[in-house]
Write a protein of this length. Structure first.
Length: 145
């Protein structure tokens, strides 16, 4: 692990993250997958709210309740491609993509629906394609602001 990583990880965890990003956002393209990765890494970094005990990528991916739906998708299974691993490494290295920069949550609204202004009491940070991203208020999760 180099000094440029924002979270500790194993090769297996990097591959799990790549698979989660694919399962959650392959239809959103590379940028959409990177944003999902940002949310995941933020959950590892944030020692707040429902993420206090989420200290590793593995714990983040398999968090229950309150975790991602990706691990229950058939897209989660199968080895990640080199491209998917490279995308995972970008977010592990701390590259951030707005509106997921400080986000801890996202969801996909129904077709034709706007993003809700709040979700789980968190403010909307923005939308990318069919994902709405939500961040905690400034000061709630000091690790993210």
């Amino acid at each position: 692990m180099g000094d440029t990583m924002v979270v500790k990880y194993t090769e297996k965890e990097m591959e799990l993250l790549a698979r989660l990003m694919r399962a959650e956002a392959v239809g959103e393209g590379d940028l959409g997958m990177l944003m999902v990765g940002n949310v995941g890494i933020n959950r590892v970094l944030a020692n707040c709210l429902t993420f206090k005990d989420i200290t590793t990528i593995s714990k983040m991916i398999y968090q229950s309740p309150g975790g991602f739906s990706g691990p229950s998708s058939s897209l989660f299974y199968g080895n990640p491609t080199e491209k998917e691993k490279n995308l995972a490494m970008k977010v592990i290295r701390g590259e951030y993509y707005y509106p997921a920069t400080n986000a801890l949550w996202f969801y996909a609204p129904n077709t034709g629906e706007s993003c809700k202004s709040t979700w789980w009491d968190q403010g909307l940070s923005g939308r990318y394609k069919n994902h709405c991203f939500y961040r905690p208020a400034v000061g709630v999760c000091r690790e993210l602001h």
